[in-house]
Design a protein around this ligand. Structure first.
Ligand SMILES: [Zn+2]
Length: 191
């Protein structure tokens, strides 16, 4: 709004005429006095925070794990079916976990849920990477007559399996997975 002596300077909320030098907040249709602008900001902040009211962590975690399981199966299935380790498909894990947390958790949004979502996504990514690497190991083990890796192995061996075929690109895919899982249950900004 361009300042003009003729322009009406009444607050849109309380309708009070503002002095010429009075601080105010200009919006598309006019202006608010400082006091009203402050009240509206506080109301918006309260509404933003209320997106996290009634969070049910067990239910949200269940939704995240369910989404993670679907994402893991999708990536692992794709890899086994095509015999190509196409890491970009892994980003579906972040999307599935984030939406599992959000939807099964009753569309609640909070920082805590973002942390929960990202944690489940990271664990799902690790499980999926293990399963994918194990499948490739077992494919070559069959050819060369090695012993097959079982689905569940001690943690030190699982870490060795995770390291097989790891590349810097995996960190980028993990980053995308975490970003998606973090973003989806984030409180919506109202301003
Ligand atoms: Zn006002």
């Amino acid at each position: 709004m361009s300042p003009s002596a003729a322009a009406p300077r009444a607050c849109l909320q309380c309708n009070r005429e503002l002095r010429a030098d009075e601080p105010h907040v200009a919006v598309q249709d006019g202006l608010f006095c400082e006091a009203c602008a402050g009240q509206l900001r506080a109301e918006l902040a309260r509404l933003e925070a209320s997106q996290g009211d009634g969070v049910n962590y067990p239910l949200s975690a269940f939704g995240g794990v369910l989404g993670g399981a679907l994402g893991v199966l999708a990536w692992w299935g794709f890899t086994v079916a095509t015999q190509v380790s196409f890491g970009l498909v892994a980003v579906v894990i972040g999307y599935a976990v984030g939406h599992g947390v959000l939807r099964v958790g009753g569309y609640r949004r909070s920082l805590g849920l973002q942390g929960l979502s990202a944690t489940i996504a990271a664990l799902s990514f690790a499980v999926a990477s293990f399963l994918v690497n194990r499948s490739f190991y077992n494919m070559s083990a069959v050819e060369q007559g090695f012993e097959l890796l079982p689905p569940v192995v001690p943690l030190p061996l699982a870490i060795e399996v995770l390291k097989m075929g790891a590349s810097p690109m995996d960190l980028i895919f993990l980053g995308i997975v975490l970003y998606e899982a973090w973003r989806i249950p984030a409180p919506q900004r109202l301003t």
